[in-house]
Design a protein around this ligand. Structure first.
Ligand code: FAD
Length: 438
């Protein structure tokens, strides 16, 4: 069948297995020479693509929840959407969540996803008590950060290359309400934005939306959005049941847009309008639009049309970040390659051999897949890696082995651990081959 991920590029022909039990998984892993696990395909490029795919679609059972500790154990194919739906009314939230809830637990662990709270909470792996991992040999191992640190830190962020994650135990976070106390701080340029992040670093959640086509003194103008889980005392008088938020209406993009629909002018107009609609100030918002603003528009990835799109997401060290971000944003604004979406976040430190976060700032920008964008990315790769940064594997579809090796200092250690549990290279993706993890 034809398979593609969120960026709609590339589209490949693949055999897709859909096991229902651990024994099925073991049999498929034994029979296939090479394969890659796949969750909901929300990575942008080819991380979960290969000509043989093991889908975790049917491995979607909740296993246990301990309401005294908040430890949730579930199968790898359970989605974050299922988790928030079941847990928010009970007063628990995900300790870390990406900008979409349509990801699986297995996919989120394998990408070691980060949220808007990385600077205070780290990425998902910091909240995983244990994993059940099926290795190339068929052995199922329970992997914990204390018991088997090398395999644990290779698997979290390991992009499915150490084996099939069957289950995970996640330490959930207590919440009193389904609402977020939100503050918006508008910034006139990138220097102000970075200063605002630093000044507000005690907020649990922070993210800035950037108008990446503004130039000159407005380069990097943005709205910094801060948030805290609201307490009952804060919202109790407003809502009858503070743990049940209204479900936002969901609309869908009905068809692939033609390629010309998104061009520099439309993107520029959209960005300018969006900047103008933000207002400084405080409010209470439901958790869904705060954490998952784009999930309300199903299949929004179709606006880029059949050519597909990608996200260029990089992180650069905190020291000197404002100056480097200014250089990178100037280059993007000059190129005229419109990014519909540009998001800036602050990261803290992170373990994990291939985990993306490092202490610094991460900027994520969406681009249509065009030859001009690809040329721009090559220039940006040099700027990012020469300054100690790296690119996010789960968003990538074109990084070369040099950029990968320069960005990921622990890549050699990762490859050693991989060889020890997968000596014949059974778990491989199109991406792993491209960046040199064989
Ligand atoms: C709109 C949008 C917003 C996003 N925002 C963020 C964000 O804020 N922060 C962030 O960190 N990411 C973000 N992402 C990326 C997303 O969180 C990751 O790509 C995530 O891994 C996708 O999960 P999935 O279940 O769709 O996995 P897939 O995309 O199918 O696979 C991703 C990786 O996980 C591996 N994998 C999947 N299941 C298993 C398993 N059971 N065992 C072993 N390996 C497995 C695959 O081999 C692949 O390498 C966003 C993506 C979208 C589309």
């Amino acid at each position: 069948m034809k398979v593609t991920n969120w960026g709609n590029y590339p589209v490949i022909d693949a055999v897709v297995h859909e096991p229902r039990t651990t024994d099925d998984v073991r049999r498929i892993v034994a029979e296939e020479r090479e394969l890659i696990p796949r969750g909901l395909g929300r990575c942008y490029g080819d991380s979960s693509l290969n000509h043989t795919i093991l889908s975790t679609r049917h491995l979607d059972h909740f296993i246990a929840f301990d309401s005294s500790t908040g430890l949730l154990t579930c199968e790898a194919g359970v989605s974050f959407a299922d988790i928030v739906e079941a847990m928010v009314p009970r007063g628990w939230f995900l300790p870390v969540t990406p900008g979409t809830k349509f990801v699986t637990v297995g996919g989120a662990v394998a990408s070691d996803v980060h949220g808007k709270n990385h600077h205070v909470a780290g990425s998902l792996s910091s909240h995983i008590a244990s994993l059940k991992l099926l290795l190339a040999s068929g052995e199922v191992r329970t992997v914990t950060p204390e018991g088997e640190p090398e395999l644990f830190w290779a698997t979290c962020g390991g992009m499915g290359l150490t084996g099939v994650i069957l289950e995970a135990a996640i330490r959930m976070k207590r919440i009193e309400t389904a609402y977020i106390r939100q503050r918006i701080v508008k910034n006139r340029n990138i220097d102000e934005a970075v200063e605002a992040f630093e000044r507000n670093a005690e907020w649990t959640y922070s993210v800035a939306w950037i108008d990446c086509l503004a130039k000159g003194e407005h380069l990097g103008r943005s709205a910094l959005i801060l948030g805290e889980h609201a307490t009952q005392a804060e919202v109790g008088f407003r809502y009858r049941d503070p743990l049940s938020a209204e479900r936002p209406l969901s609309v869908a993009v009905p068809f692939m847009f033609p390629g010309f629909a998104l061009n520099t002018l439309t993107v520029k107009a959209f960005n300018a309008l969006r900047y103008a609609t933000y207002r400084n100030g405080d409010s209470f918002v439901e958790y869904e639009p705060f954490f998952y603003p784009l999930d309300g528009i199903r299949s929004w990835n179709r606006i880029y049309g059949r050519r597909g799109f990608t996200q260029y997401q990089f992180v650069v060290p905190r020291n000197g970040a404002a100056a480097l971000l200014r250089r990178i944003l100037s280059r993007i604004a000059e190129s005229g390659e419109g990014s519909f979406l540009a998001v800036l976040k602050l990261f803290g430190r992170q373990e994990g051999m291939l985990s993306f976060p490092m202490e610094g700032y991460t900027l994520a920008l969406d681009f249509a897949m065009t030859p001009e964008a690809l040329r721009l990315f090559s220039e940006l790769d040099t700027l990012v890696t020469e300054n100690g940064g790296r690119l996010y594997l789960t968003k990538d579809v074109r990084m070369n082995p040099e950029t990968f090796e320069r960005g990921y200092a622990k890549a050699a250690r990762f490859k050693e651990v991989k060889r020890s549990v997968d000596p014949h290279g059974k778990f491989l993706s199109l991406q792993s081959r491209r960046v040199g993890i064989l």
